[in-house]
Design a protein around this ligand. Sequence first.
Ligand SMILES: [Zn+2]
Length: 287
Amino acid sequence: MRDNGLCPSCTLEMESTAHSLWTCPVANDVWAESSLKLQKWDRYIPNFCDLMMAVRERLSREDVQLFSCVTYFIWRQRNNMVYEGATSNPFAVVQRATKLLQGYRDTLHSAGVRDRVVDSLVGQTQREPSRAWVPPPRSFYKVNWEAYMDSSTRVWTAGVLIRDYEGQVLAATCMPALSPPRGAHPKLYVCVQVLCFALEMGFLDIICEGPTIQSLMALKFCPMGSTIEDSWLEEIWFLIQKFRRCMFSCISSYSNQGAWILAKFGSTLNDSRVWIEEVPVMLQNSL
Ligand SMILES: [Zn+2]
């Protein structure tokens, strides 16, 4: 806020939440650019709470979500204008908001569908022949991991199995993925836990083999995007930098038996469990 309390964007009125996000001409330009049906609404509202009440009454659930995203990026634009001297770009603000919301919806959609599919296959006969485990080159360790969601509790668990080039089990764990964030696939969150476990155990040259996650396979640079998924990919990116060598490969859960059994076993526990240089008993006939 300026010393005189005036809005730094338009310098016409006193700065307030309602002004910044609604009444200010800079905010107005953004709302005009959006597809939301609020162009004819009264521009002069006493406070932002009243605006939110109107939004909830008059807009559909989907549009309330878009409204919230646009509001967030109007606020970000103001910060960029005040602190970094950026110019306003209403089109870009609406685009970012739409992209954030779309990413969020896509992720929820794909998480729901994919995991129902995986869940329906649990305990059934295998639908495809499982591929034999391929050992890593001598100087690498292979970190096989899987994420399992219990369909009744909807809690995710991770199963991790670390083996050397001779197939010796060096470390294994199963752990609950507590409170994964909404808006990013829970498997990304599980992947963060997997990398942390490998680091804690001191394995610095790894091939991380697990579920197919397109965004993870495409991770070649530090992500700069603004979606929730981007921020998790960024977290993964920073973890990758802590290894000497870290590569990713995909494997179906049928061929990833060991990690899959561990993840599923983990869902019966309340806590995590770690095995070091021993084969977990439930895997003794499966490796
Ligand atoms: Zn203003």
